[in-house]
Design a protein around this ligand. Sequence first.
Ligand code: PLP
Length: 297
Amino acid sequence: MTELAVLLLDVAPAATEEPADGWASTVRTVAPDATVLRVTDLAATRGDGVFETLGVIAGHPQQVEAHLARFAHSAAMLDLDEPHLGQWRAAIAEAAALLPVDRQGGLKLVLSRGVEGLGVGTGWITASVADGDFAERETGLRVVTLERGYDSGIARRAPWLLAGAKTLSYAVNMAAQREAMRRGADDAVFVSSDGYVLEAPTSTVILRFGDRIVTPRTDIGILPGTSQLSVFAFAQARGLATEEALVPVPDLVAADGVWLVSSVRLAAPVVAVDGEPIPHDVEFTRELNEALLARQV
Ligand code: PLP
């Protein structure tokens, strides 16, 4: 992704009235190389904050309300002040309008706990255009399973570990992707210590078994995916059953198809798991991505 602009928000408490001159007056657009973040911001020093990444297709930001709901949920899990969704909604529209309509792009929303000692959150949005051609949507991904070190009960037992929140602390997720590459794969799938499929470092796992489309249940400490919602809607429109379930790891190779899905990547079929080739339905994947690209919400 290449950043085109950064929008800085004067983060408003959730109860704030919209200013008379509109939310735009609380948002400032700067060049992507502008120096804007204080080195004592807790985003930089502790990864203490939350983020969202939205896809933008033909100038249209996708699944805005689902992303905003998850943003607010992640913020609540970190005890951050509730973001004012009206302000963020307005800033998203402004940021999306900066992207070229003939390219796929993305918006990254960030809300940190703010500069140490100030007690005010720092918020910004980066607007970026995609550099690549998303060939993986056709060619597929080789994945390796990597342990995350927690069992599937961790989110219920230990909410302070923030499993299932989209926090700025993604160093572990990035390390898992590098480990996958070291092992000759393209991406990783995290698995729990009690043997269930969790999620990929930046994507949700979707599996197909005949007429059934399945994704891992989110109460096992994984992020509820917004793309997964669209995949389920696509599947239901084709008469397929959809289900959130506990997915034992061997199901990754037993399934009729496996995909990694996320907001900018969309649906990439998995073609091998831990070196073992698995089937992938080129036509189904193509139709799924066409549906995802055509979304109007
Ligand atoms: N799981 C994790 C850990 C993620 O970071 C992401 C997105 O970045 C996803 C799943 C997929 O979420 P979405 O479909 O909302 O992009």
